[in-house]
Design a protein around this ligand. Structure first.
Ligand code: UDX
Length: 447
């Protein structure tokens, strides 16, 4: 059997580590170059610095094929394909900060027969600019579509693989396609700028779907409909689809807020006002605060009140606190004079430095002890298993705002807890009238 193509990866962050570990898993030798020596040391010891399911197992299982180094020379020594997986955070202007990308390009130089494969999310036009700067280096855009928490599965079973290159670099695009072929996903071969735009447009579209359902939820609150029922009914139309229709406290994380902002700025810089995207972002900012209005329906003032936050991470199965709704919420609650206590199964470590005024509890029950209000911020499965009768006894005023429409409203309300959700004004209220269509299954069952 012929030896598999060796690969280089620059950056041992979340994307870089998942990319490296997964290519190692399918049999490639991978050299990972990371500039932070402590990170390299810990990875060599098999310690993975981020919380991502399956990643530690994959790294340890493939340790013989994974080389971690701080030295660029070791990387430039072998592989033809060098995946750039460095961070591109937003600057104060909202543009993407490309300094890490720039550094990687300079360090790679223009060695013969090598290709830079861009995994980092970059503004449209970045690839062409790099080509002008380093004409001797082949360049391929291959954006990542990984979700935190399921990144390994997303990598190994992708919905699609996007590969963008210009005509001169076809050989490099072919080589990248060969790498992904065993994964069996549809491959979209296109030009550089379109590949870059596919990534930004995909994230902007998903963010739009979330802001849309959040606005529907807000209207549901006013008119007495239940957004989860509405989403169920909408989602069965295949043109709409049922995924990404969960209303809640808005989107956070490392991608949607940054990429929507980057696309808005990119459009603006080119003279186009992207009106819809501006609204998507604004709706999301406001959504993170909606809990405040829910609480004030029941409490005149938050001064001196104790508020328990269940969950801090921007979503379950990650310890990532970037753009988490909990950050906005904790600051608003603090500003209103409440004392905030929180529990998150994995994000408390990273959260501590960001939320110095928040008391961290050892368990959900400990956080709920003596609380006047509880807010479910992150839908960790363990929160659905809480004993609500016990919760009602421990809280000093049993009021719960389910910021992710995650809990069983009947179970919570039956325990004597006042339940508020997002766009479900009478969820779990047994006195609410349920209208059943004649001849429907529910009506038959009632007979
Ligand atoms: C996202 C994209 O899904 C992924 O393709 C891209 O590569 C990176 O950005 P990620 O940020 O890991 O992935 O999280 P995702 O699961 O997509 O959720 C993003 C945010 O949207 C979370 O805050 C989540 O709570 C929120 N969300 C998601 C909703 O509020 N409602 C939904 O229906 C879905």
């Amino acid at each position: 059997m012929s030896e598999k193509e060796p690969i280089g990866v620059i950056g041992a962050g979340w994307v870089g580590l998942v990319t490296a570990a997964c290519f190692a898993e399918v049999g490639h030798r991978v050299v990972v170059r990371e500039i932070v020596p402590e990170k390299v040391e810990s990875l060599r010891r098999g310690e993975v610095p981020i919380h991502e399911p399956q990643l530690p197992e994959l790294i340890s299982r493939n340790s013989e094929r994974l080389l971690f180094t701080t030295e660029m020379d070791e990387l430039l020594d072998g592989p033809r394909l060098i995946f750039v997986c460095v961070q591109t955070p937003p600057t104060y202007s909202g543009d993407a900060d490309l300094s890490a990308v720039q550094r990687a390009v300079e360090e790679i130089g223009e060695p013969d027969g090598r290709a830079l494969v861009m995994k980092s999310t970059v503004p449209v036009g970045t690839g062409r600019a790099i080509q002008r700067e380093a004409p001797g280096l082949a360049y391929v855009s291959c954006p990542e579509f990984l979700k935190e928490g399921t990144a390994v599965k997303d990598f190994l079973e992708p919905d699609r693989v996007v590969i963008g290159a210009e005509a001169d670099d076809e050989w490099a695009a072919d080589a990248v396609e060969d790498l992904y072929r065993p994964l069996g996903a549809p491959v979209v071969r296109t030009d550089l700028s379109s590949a870059e735009m596919i990534k930004l447009a995909s994230n902007a579209y998903l963010a739009t779907k979330i802001s849309f359902i959040n606005e529907i939820a807000n209207v549901c609150d006013e008119v007495g409909a239940d957004v989860t029922e509405v989403a169920r009914g909408m989602g069965l139309d295949p043109r709409i689809g049922s995924r990404f229709l969960n209303a809640g406290l808005g989107f956070g994380g490392s991608c949607f807020p940054k990429d929507t902002q980057a696309l808005k700025i990119l459009a603006g810089n080119s003279g186009y006002h992207f009106q819809l995207l501006n609204s998507v972002i604004e709706v999301n900012d406001l959504q993170k605060r909606r809990v405040m209005a829910k609480i004030s329906k029941h409490l005149d003032s938050l001064v001196g009140k104790r508020v328990a936050l269940l969950g801090l991470a921007f979503k379950p199965d990650t310890d990532d606190m970037r753009e988490a709704s909990s950050l906005v919420l904790a600051a608003r609650l603090d500003g209103e004079g409440a004392s905030v206590v929180a529990f998150d199964p994995v994000a408390q470590g990273p959260a501590r430095a960001l939320l110095p005024a928040v008391e961290m509890a050892g368990s959900a029950m400990e956080a709920l002890e003596g609380a006047d209000v509880a807010v479910l911020v992150t839908e960790w499965p363990e929160f659905a298993e809480l004993d609500w009768a016990d919760v009602a006894k421990r809280m000093s005023r049993p009021l719960l705002v389910d910021g992710r429409n995650f809990l069983d409203p009947v179970a919570v309300r039956d325990a004597g807890i006042t339940y508020e959700a997002i766009g479900r004004p009478s969820a779990g209220d047994r006195s609410a009238v349920v209208r059943v269509a004649p001849g429907s299954e529910a009506e038959d069952a009632d007979r």
